[in-house]
Design a protein around this ligand. Structure first.
Ligand code: FAD
Ligand code: DLZ
Length: 509
């Protein structure tokens, strides 16, 4: 009996369940650079290079370890365009008795593989992806019967499960589960920032860069590609972050600096999401740095929470609610996404900086994604589908299982509050408080309805007024709506007028 294991571009882990299930040297491994995967959204060019180069390196490692690897290189004119095509073509040429896959990261591909057995006439076995702490089934059990799903409670379960940052009595280290309240500092010029580790492209990566630049019409800039493309490099990037950035991660994780792209963020998501790093090895390195006194507890806890809290939680929501989740539009957004989300050409400094970072690096840190590009799309009332497509395309770490709940749920409140207890709507004041964009902006953050007023301001109040029926009863928004009540009718009318003007002229802001 010969099995075929297909490994997708985000499954580059030697311990992958599908790899563990096969007989090395006898069974076949199939990896394929595919037109359909390249084109389902207009991916950032750096994301495609990262995936292709990491796939090629991984295939070499598997071959060196004795696996029988069949690898399709990208050809824009190839007749094999999808995973199903690649598997079907392989099964026609070789006597394959069973196809084995690890659960794909995206519902779209999960659905494709589920249909494969019927079209191939060969059994297809799907194994759980055990590179996560939790499983979709376990999440569904936890969610069953709960009125609301909150990350914090799931996170505590994951802390107990993993033992991360737990003391010997089974209590959280430091006597608290969450130190988020300490993590709101505005960066004022010191300590000196850390940048993620940068890697010089090797021969394989250079070949991929040439291929991608000549044959794929993607988003963003390809110059300066500096991601690691192997597990060994990703581990060096982890060690570098723990040494240089982690200590300050908690304090400044919400900061919005005008002059830097990363500050104390790790840029590890791109490696985690394709399997070059394992989430638990990352958390263990972070916990180790705290236990040996190198970093404070608020930093270690804040970082670990992002991984075994948010990362696991959004994946649970995704598999619990897909495929209908993608259609959510609770606030009835009906505006198109401004064209400058793709070009970065806007006079609003915070947006120009966030989109510039995105274009250059296939990266923006969480607060840029949530409170700058996300907040603006929310306040403007953009159609969630267009916003989701943008986020899925432009980041090196973007896969739908993690992108969709963050965008549709956290940013757009499109799921009506399943993921977040209230929308993360904020005026220009928030952006001013968290960084120094406003000091460098042509708009005046202190103004609400004047011609040069920061557009976030009128849009913020207009957002609250427009959505009062849906959001006015939310206890977490009581303060916001008290402030709306205090507005004079003339001020409300001026806000509506300015917000309408912004919507009509958004392309030239
Ligand atoms: P750090 O700030 O260093 O954080 C550490 C790690 O925690 C990250 O590497 C990531 O693995 C994890 N993490 C942090 N926040 C989240 C979160 N909210 N959800 C899941 N994991 C989290 N993250 C993705 O990995 N892929 C996406 O496609 C993605 N899309 C997003 C879209 C929107 C609208 C928003 C608001 C957030 C999105 N995030 C996504 C979450 C988060 O912004 C990124 O994980 C983070 O910015 C990656 O940069 P980093 O590695 O420097 O993270
Ligand atoms: C994102 C991506 C791209 C651009 N190209 C490929 C590819 O050619 N081959 C491949 O196996 N994977 C690719 N990926 C990642 C997949 O889209 C990702 O593995 C699935 O969406 C997860 O279900």
């Amino acid at each position: 009996m010969t099995t075929l294991t297909i490994i997708t571009g985000d499954q580059l882990s030697p311990g992958l369940s599908a790899l563990k299930a096969m007989e090395r040297g006898k069974d076949h491994v199939l990896m394929a650079e595919l037109c359909d995967e390249v084109r389902y959204v207009r991916h950032h060019l750096k994301k495609i290079v990262l995936i292709f180069s990491a796939m090629r390196h991984f295939a070499e490692e598997l071959q060196a370890a004795g696996h029988c690897v069949h690898y399709h290189r990208f050809d824009p004119d190839a007749s094999i365009r999808s995973f199903s095509d690649a598997v079907a073509a392989h099964c026609q040429r070789h006597a394959i008795d069973e196809v084995v896959v690890t659960r794909p990261g995206e519902w779209r591909v999960f659905d494709e593989f589920n249909k494969l057995e019927k079209s191939l006439g060969i059994p297809v076995r799907m194994l759980e992806d055990d590179r996560f702490v939790s499983t979709p089934g376990e999440f569904a059990d936890w969610a069953e019967g709960r009125k609301s799903l909150r990350m914090e409670f799931f996170y505590r379960l994951m802390r107990k499960r993993t033992g991360l940052l737990m003391d010997q009595q089974g209590e959280p280290e430091g006597g608290q589960w969450n130190f988020d309240a300490d993590n709101r500092r505005k960066w004022k010029g010191s300590p000196e920032s850390a940048s993620p580790m940068s890697f010089v492209p090797d021969d394989i990566t250079r070949e991929v860069i040439a291929l991608v630049s000549s044959s794929i019409d993607g988003f963003g800039e390809l110059d300066g590609f500096d991601f690691g493309v192997t597990r060994a490099q990703a581990r060096r990037a982890l060690a570098h972050f723990v040494r240089t950035g982690l200590a300050w991660f908690g304090d400044y994780q919400d900061a919005l600096p005008d002059d830097e792209d990363y500050r104390f963020h790790s840029r590890l998501s791109a490696y985690l999401n394709i399997g070059l790093l394992d989430p638990l090895e990352v958390c263990e390195a972070v916990e180790g740095a705290w236990r040996s006194g190198e970093v404070p507890l608020n930093a270690a806890e804040g970082y670990i929470r992002q991984i075994i809290g948010w990362r696991e939680f959004v994946r649970g929501i995704y598999w619990l609610k897909m495929p209908d989740y993608a259609d959510g539009n609770h606030l009835a957004g009906d505006q198109p996404l401004p064209a400058w989300y793709w070009t970065g050409e806007t006079g609003m400094r915070c947006l120009e900086r966030a989109i510039g970072n995105t274009r250059r690096n296939a990266y923006a840190h969480h607060i840029q994604r949530l409170m700058v590009t996300g907040n603006f799309a929310l306040l403007l009332g953009v159609r969630p589908r267009e916003v989701c497509e943008w986020y899925l395309a432009v980041y090196a770490d973007a896969y739908e299982w993690v992108e969709l709940p963050n965008t549709l749920g956290m940013v757009m409140f499109g799921d009506g509050g399943l993921l977040a207890s209230k929308p993360y709507a904020a005026s220009g004041k928030y952006i001013q408080r968290m960084g120094d964009h406003c000091a460098n902006c042509k708009y005046n953050v202190a103004e609400r309805t004047a011609d040069d007023a920061c557009p976030f301001n009128a849009l913020y109040w207009d957002f609250l007024m427009r959505n009062e029926k849906k959001l006015g009863g939310n206890p977490r928004m009581r303060m916001m709506y008290r402030n709306v009540e205090r507005l004079e009718p003339a001020e409300k009318a001026a806000i509506t007028k300015r917000a309408n003007w912004i919507r009509e002229n958004v392309e030239v802001l």
